[in-house]
Ligand binder design. Structure first.
Ligand SMILES: Nc1ncnc2c1ncn2[C@@H]1O[C@H](COP(=O)(O)OP(=O)(O)OP(=O)(O)O)[C@@H](O)[C@H]1O
Ligand SMILES: [Mg+2]
Length: 267
């Protein structure tokens, strides 16, 4: 299978700090790579390089074989951030936000922008009649669905999700996770999924990559990672989780359900 994402010898510095140090990995088309590691290990920096938000100091990030620079590449890889409150522009209605994404990249003819926007809302399991509402009128989980709708609006091949459920209420985390998995299947997305939650990684990832202090210390197939992590740091991460009660790490990922509950809008 061809790799949609190829990260080769990626190095990113912030002044004297080497945030990402000679990191290489690839993600085959349609596959999900789960990226884990302690806070500050460089996960988000890798994510930003993959979507072209930052330019590496050395090495490359390729999407579909091309460097992630310029408008077309920015379109090919889209990001969903941890906090929809800061990633959504509060001054734009849903119609304006989705319309802007669809028009900038000429995804559909002008006359079809509104109908495509409704389709996008349906894809993220929101009602089509919320087009003229502002982000503040939605719950946290719904706002993250809106951010996902905007990301997929430009028909990316790669979705980078950086802790997409960590800022959400526990009660809606699994529904958003379920939505992301359903969209991955439906749209054939290749996914880089960042989480500090190994239970979440176990539920979404085909392959697990572990970062420590800017370096990649392990890349393993999911089942192998959870059964027999190779790197001592990976073993430490897993041991820390299995000490917790009600750990989800050893369980199989739950089946992809057809629908998940839609939260009611906040009053
Ligand atoms: N814009 C920046 N300027 C300076 N230093 C930065 C910047 N962004 C990140 N860093 C530093 O680079 C290192 C890697 O940060 P990064 O955000 O990539 O880590 P992370 O693994 O995503 O952490 P977390 O789990 O907390 O989100 C950290 O030491 C961080 O403080
Ligand atoms: Mg981060």
């Amino acid at each position: 299978m061809t790799a949609r994402v190829e990260v080769q010898n990626l190095t990113v510095r912030y002044r004297d700090l080497v945030a990402v140090d000679d990191v290489s990995f690839s993600i085959p088309a349609g596959s999900t790579l789960g990226l884990v590691g302690e806070s500050g290990s460089g996960k988000s920096t890798v994510a930003r390089a993959v979507v072209g938000m930052i330019t590496p100091d050395a090495g490359t990030a390729l999407v579909d074989g091309e460097p992630v620079t310029g408008r077309s590449r920015r379109r090919a890889a889209q990001m969903v951030f941890q906090d929809p409150n800061s990633s959504l522009n509060p001054k734009l209605t849903v119609r304006q936000m989705l319309g802007e994404a669809l028009r900038v990249h000429r995804i559909v003819p002008r006359g079809q922008v509104a109908s495509r926007s409704v389709e996008l809302l349906e894809l993220v399991r929101l009602d089509g009649d919320v087009l003229d509402r502002y982000p503040a009128e939605f719950s946290g989980g719904q706002r993250q669905r809106l951010a996902i709708a905007r990301a997929i609006a430009v028909e990316p091949t790669v979705l980078v999700a950086d802790e997409p459920t960590s800022a959400l209420d526990v009660s809606v985390q699994s529904a958003v996770l379920d939505l992301l998995r359903a969209l991955r299947e439906r749209l054939g997305l290749t996914v880089l999924f960042i989480s500090h939650d190994l239970g979440v990684i176990n539920a979404v990832a085909d392959t697990v990559a572990v970062m420590q202090s800017g370096r990649l210390v392990e890349v393993s197939e999911r089942a192998a990672f959870f059964a027999n992590p190779r790197d001592p740091y990976s073993r430490m991460l897993l041991a820390a989780v299995s000490r917790l009660p009600e750990s989800a790490v050893v369980s199989e990922p739950p089946p992809l359900s057809e629908s998940s509950p839609i939260e009611s809008p906040s009053p």
